[in-house]
Design a protein around this ligand. Structure first.
Ligand code: FES
Length: 69
């Protein structure tokens, strides 16, 4: 057993990406991309319903991980 409690990922879930915003954020930090490209590469929003794009943008901005196109 680990002494460190697992970090809880309570960020919103994007069904179209099959990933949470936090997972998308981690991909973005590992390989930063402009937002439109991020939607295609790190997330499935570009080919998905698009309903969470505004929230995802706000989430990335609040974590200092948003790159202008
Ligand atoms: S739920 Fe994120 S784009 Fe559809």
């Amino acid at each position: 057993m680990s002494a460190v409690p697992e970090e809880v990922d309570d960020s919103p879930y994007c069904c179209c990406s099959a990933a949470t915003f936090q997972e998308i954020l981690e991909r973005q930090r590992a390989n930063p991309l402009p937002f439109m490209e991020l939607l295609m590469v790190h997330a499935g929003c570009g080919a998905g319903c698009g309903s969470c794009i505004g929230d995802l943008e706000a989430y990335l901005r609040s974590h200092d991980a948003y790159l202008e196109d």
